[in-house]
Write a protein of this length. Sequence first.
Length: 398
Amino acid sequence: MPLLSIFKKKTAEGGGLNKDRSHIKVGIPKVLNVWSTHRFWIGFLKALGIPAKNIIFSSDTSEDQYREFGKGRIGMDSCYPVKCMAGHIGELLTTKRLDIILVPMIYSLPSFLKGHVMDTLSCTRVPMGVENIKAGFLKEENEFEKIGVRFVNPFVSFGEPHLLPKQLYESLKDALDVTYEEVERAVREGLEELRKFDQKMRKKTREILEWCAQNNRPCILILARPYHMDPGIGHEIDAEFQSLGYPVVWGQYLPTDEDLMDWLFGADVEAGIIKSPFDISDVWTSSYSSNTNEIIWGAKFASRFPWITAVVRLSSYECGMDQPTYTPTQKIVEFSGTLYFKFGDLDETKPSGSVKIRVETIDYYVKKYSPQIIERKLKRLEGRKVPEGFVKTMVYFY
């Protein structure tokens, strides 16, 4: 082992002072699976001594962002969520005074379905897109070196968290002058921050669903990939429903409390149809993709939960991972009598007029059929113990 490495290792083990990194500014493009892992990166970098104010995310996706900062940087034909990464990286490079641009190549994702599915991989275009778009900033001259910014793109496997310290140390040891022990500790901090955030979001979703139950009001579930929360990719379709007074929840943050799982899935577990409430093998055997798995599970949840009376599916143009799931998701939802609507092939152009018309149409059907849907689903759950907070107290009044 080189002498310098031994010195660094002994210093860390001996509890020596960490390097002062309070001046370092790190930019992270707010794209793709960063939407579901951003709290990890904040916790991880803070644990390495980088202040929160120096962890800078790019702005929401927009056509102007791509035209100004990303044009000519793409060397492949892919879905829009991958292409728009060029605009995010260009914006960070051009408008922020940064030391590092951190663009993780996320191979696998953290998932509450881990252990119940085959794997929790991300789409292959996600990690590979980083290298492709990076090349767009190198083809004429090295845009990063010209400005004095270091581009770091660690290959990370959240599905196998024991690999994260090694993966991140190898990528960041020179850029941040860190020891392995520092990275190992920072990974623990990052994962804990991500866990707490996930827990908080699921708790908030449960509160919304409890309100719907107590007031006997319909709720709309959005089934999509995490990056559809970006207004420039999801086109704020969720906000359109909220403006009409509907509570809207996202499939990524559905509650997974034991009492609720037993109410909704207990009968199927007892009948031997599934091994656990998180088993999707009865409807989806090719369970390798993390986001796909969670979309399928979200459809199963929606088909059972009485006050989710409508599911809205969002999908981007040319999303090869989504296409095989359209029919199974629709069948799962509609088999229970729940309303199902799809906004497919969303791209960078917002068809505001057609979106508004479709939302108004969906509003009509939700108002018309929700009372019957709620009562029908409640009847199916008769005999199961109703979780605290989900007892209906008001008559449906739409």
